[in-house]
Design a protein around this ligand. Sequence first.
Ligand SMILES: O=C(O)CCC(=O)C(=O)O
Ligand SMILES: [Fe+2]
Length: 349
Amino acid sequence: MRWLTLLATAAALAPKDDKSLALWLLEPSRTIDEVRAGTETLAARPPTQPCDALALCMASWAASQKQQGDLLPKLAAKLAPRLSEAVDSPRCAEVLSNTARAFAVDAGNFAVVSRSFAAAREVGACADDAAPFRGAAPADVAEACLRSLDAHAATERLGALDDFAVYSASGVIDRADADELLRLAEDQWTASAAAGDATNNYRTSETASLRDDASRASKAVDRVAARAAALFGLPRSCCETLQLVRYASPAAFYKPHLDCLEEAGQVLLGGQRVGTVLVYLNDVEDGGATRFPALGLEVAPRELQAVAWANVRADGVPDVRARHEALPTAATKVAVNCWVRAFPGADAL
Ligand SMILES: O=C(O)CCC(=O)C(=O)O
Ligand SMILES: [Fe+2]
């Protein structure tokens, strides 16, 4: 029986590249046997690219979570000589240092992590070494984001509840860039993945994620992502791959939800989604407002206008006041989601 399990695990591991294998390892449902097999596989692979170091860090974390402490020296031995290579790549240094920050929560286990801290600090990619990971964003980042959004010249408060506010934002996109995004999205529309229970009719929209090469090379995408991130005082590379959302008849909707990420691996890699900038690409006359139940606020879609809010509180913890929904509309409504993450490098994930 054990044999069969190991064979099945080996078959599941073989086709995964380092990053997807590391993400697979981080899923909470992984059994100890799977973490062992996956970590051994990763440690035994010949090095292919600098970011192997990141995957090794993540594997260390997974092994530690499952109390497989004896795997750590093996990973450390492989990781140590690769760190200097990793920090030669600025992007990798950023991601690595952010991951190392997240690991600080289990600092007791992490000789490996302290080495990556040191290496990242050497290249100035890591300012502090203790931002505990609980799905939260580092508090310093969260607080600065909230301040930036409130003070930004392009934002105006639409509604608030205590220290949570929703803003309108102008100048994130112009008509030419909107048309370029729509063109890039053209053959990429698919039914939106359901949040929560796939059977509960939670969401009836369509989604287009601008992940293809043409989108990656697009100046229009760059401009929109940079402006969205700038509202929160963050660099362009904090903005995730842009995601267009489209609602069409009959009466498409998206029920109340939080935009914050729940999956540990995703939060570890790019940081929490500290902010959302939702840019409407057309007017919607009938329905289709974005509604914030906690504030009793409804924002009607207006062409080229954006609505922006923070998804985390000043202490970095996901903010339940940011729950929002798309009310049904029979008219077509198209908008662009710009999710701004706490760590630079999120655009490459
Ligand atoms: O379409 C809207 O008004 C909201 C969209 C949204 O919340 C989302 O896509 O996460
Ligand atoms: Fe949302």
